[in-house]
Design a protein around this ligand. Structure first.
Ligand code: G6P
Length: 613
């Protein structure tokens, strides 16, 4: 989603802005722009990649000035083109803004302003903010901003420059992320920490309805009544290299390889002396014992983690679990009872639909426990309890370590709840804890198959017809079906190869008609009670000409007589296999994307953090 940066200092602003925007590229964008203030505000913007904007700026010999704002836009209102790109200025040129979010009432505001003769240049909702600000401006910068905030509705993180204040950068937020970086004789705004990490580790998190007045040597925080606000300074505790590629060609591969360590941190820090410590959650044992129903709500891969979580939680706690897509949950009047629990899952903690679902649950007096990666994100802050996945920053749009750590937290929750509710026999609990702790090393051992998976990706693209190359089926039963959904999404997201995850038993009810000579079918078969059934499904597709790749447990060598190729995962509980089966498919998707020349980290049309509905 859109990225914002801003700079107030004594150094040239433009290089900082371009570099900061580059660090926010992972959020997804289709155009970019910067505005820098010296004797006047100079704006440059362009559709497409940041490199194009950089070329424009270089061709102009740079932009002078030590105060500026920048933006990467992911189009919502109006096509991605130079005019609709941010920053946007008012008709007089006095006010210039960058914005992340959506101004929901921009149409009536725009009509009002147009009726007064104000001419708009773009189709964006954002331009309304610049024009409205200018119209209301009375020389008092903060006073005018407060008036603007009183008139606009929706979500926004705004960075604002005013021609009358050559040393001041103004920021405000509501329902859209914004941090204030604190440097030495320079300060910054940004949508996310990586944008400022080369310059500082210290930052403030701006809350909803808070204003920041940023100058080179000061940062003042105010509420909407102009009362000063005190915020603790946060310090980034991960290494700067963690936000960069660290020798890999793509962030995605770096993040795939970071999974063992991410899991060690996520699981290891929560199991002590054979007991699970679920951080300091407020949910009481009494609430857990009397829990009616669990509603897990999420989007994208986080929803896939929820699909696996349902099986695990129901099995270990015997609490009924419903899984909802956040975008559906918020509009379907879900039946929520006071003794229910809502679990929201989100890597970024900023997904608009998930945030709205969380608010819906809380408005119904349902306790919300969130599983989140981004510390201090909106979802984390608005939840009753948060369990962080501790995966570190995830930059590639396609999630990998974000997903596997979400699974790990779901396993921990299921185990902890089950132990409290006495639904897991002691011996089994002990074995499950042991299996959980073994997962990071087991996952690491799967990287031994990397070359074979790279070859499989190559061979698949070299074989068959265009149709068979571009249609893959991934089949599984039970938990394996849940994990197949994520494996299928990985392939679609980054290589643009169409694939479908299918509950293996359902295949014969229609989809099997799509299997033809050479169709690649990946069969995931790790669930002991379902193994034989899955093998029968493999035989069914094999008989229709499919090329079958099986992912099974170590020792299940009999599958070699039916499948064309087999990948083995180490032995673990049936409940935890998704953490392992997804890894070969992450690697297969990655190498397929490489083979097809795709931009692995920044797939077309996708955004890492979707902060609009
Ligand atoms: C976007 C991303 C997906 C992600 C989903 C949910 O669509 O492209 O990779 O799974 O949002 O994101 P969240 O940050 O809430 O986990």
């Amino acid at each position: 989603m859109c990225g914002i940066v801003g700079y107030a200092g004594y150094q040239p602003a433009a290089p900082f802005l371009l570099e900061g925007l580059q660090k926010l590229e992972y959020r997804g964008y289709d155009s970019a722009g910067i505005a820098v203030f010296s004797d006047k505000v100079r704006t440059m913007k362009s559709q497409g990649r940041l490199a194009t904007l950089r070329e424009k700026v270089d061709a102009a010999g740079g932009i002078p000035g030590t105060l500026g704002i920048g933006h990467t836009r992911w189009a919502t209102h109006g096509a991605p083109n130079d005019i609709n790109s941010h920053p946007h200025s008012s008709m007089t040129g006095r006010i210039t803004v960058v914005h992340n979010g959506i101004i929901e009432n921009y149409i009536p505001l725009k009509e009002e302003l147009q009726a007064e003769g104000i001419v708009f240049r773009s189709e964006t909702d954002t331009e309304v903010v610049a024009q409205l600000f200018d119209k209301l401006y009375d020389g008092d910068l903060v006073g005018t901003l407060i008036q603007v905030v009183g008139k606009i509705r929706g979500s926004y993180a705004l960075g604002i420059l005013c021609k009358d204040y050559p040393d001041t950068l103004l920021a405000v937020r509501k329902d859209s992320p914004m941090i204030i970086g604190l440097g030495e004789h320079e300060n910054y705004i940004a949508s996310d920490i990586p944008a400022v990490l080369d310059h500082t580790r210290n930052y403030y998190l701006l809350n909803d309805n808070e204003i920041a007045i940023i100058k080179a040597d000061s940062v003042e925080l105010l509420d909407l009544d102009r009362n000063p606000i005190h915020h603790d300074v946060y310090t980034v505790d991960y290494d700067i290299s963690a936000a960069e590629k660290g020798g890999y060609d793509y962030f995605m591969m770096k993040e795939i390889k970071e999974q063992p360590n991410a899991l060690r941190t996520c699981i290891g820090s929560r199991i002590q002396n054979g007991k699970i410590q679920l951080d300091k959650i407020r949910l009481t044992e009494e609430q857990i014992k009397n829990m009616g129903r669990i509603h897990i709500v999420a989007c994208g891969s986080a929803w896939h983690a929820a699909m696996v979580g349902k099986y695990v939680i129901e099995e270990l706690t015997r609490i009924p679990v419903e899984v909802d897509l956040a975008s559906e949950f918020r509009y379907r009047r879900p039946i929520l009872k006071p003794n229910d629990l809502c679990i929201t899952i989100s890597q970024s903690g900023e997904t608009a639909d998930t945030l709205a679902a969380l608010r819906e649950a809380r408005a119904n007096n349902v306790h919300v426990l969130s599983i989140v990666n981004a510390v201090g994100s909106s979802i984390a802050r608005e939840s009753d309890d948060v369990l962080y996945t501790m995966a570190g920053p995830e930059i590639a749009v396609a999630t990998t370590k974000g997903y596997t750590t979400q699974l790990a937290v779901l396993y921990l929750v299921a185990l902890k709840f089950g132990m409290i509710r006495d639904t897991i026999p002691a011996k089994l609990a002990e074995k499950l804890l042991h299996d959980l702790e073994a997962l990071p090393d087991q996952l690491e051992s799967l990287f031994n198959d990397e070359e074979a998976l790279k070859q499989l990706a190559k061979d698949h693209q070299a074989r068959g017809t265009e149709k068979t190359r571009n249609n893959v089926f991934i089949i599984g039963r039970g938990i394996d079906y849940g994990a197949s959904l994520e494996s299928s999404l990985k392939l679609k997201e980054i290589s643009y190869v169409h694939s479908e995850a299918y509950a293996a038993g359902e295949l014969k009810h229609g989809t099997i008609s799509l299997i033809e000579e050479g169709t690649l079918v990946v069969a995931v078969a790790t669930q002991k009670p379902l193994y034989e059934k899955l093998i029968s499904n493999v035989k069914e597709v094999k008989a229709r000409g499919a090329y079958v790749v099986a992912i099974v447990r170590e020792g299940c060598t009999d599958v070699e007589s039916v499948a064309d190729q087999v990948f083995y995962i180490p032995n673990t509980s049936d409940l935890f296999t998704s953490t392992l089966t997804v890894v070969p498919m992450q690697l297969f998707a990655y190498y397929t994307a490489i083979e097809l020349g795709c931009d692995v980290d920044k797939p077309r049309n996708l955004a890492k953090s979707v902060t609009v509905e």
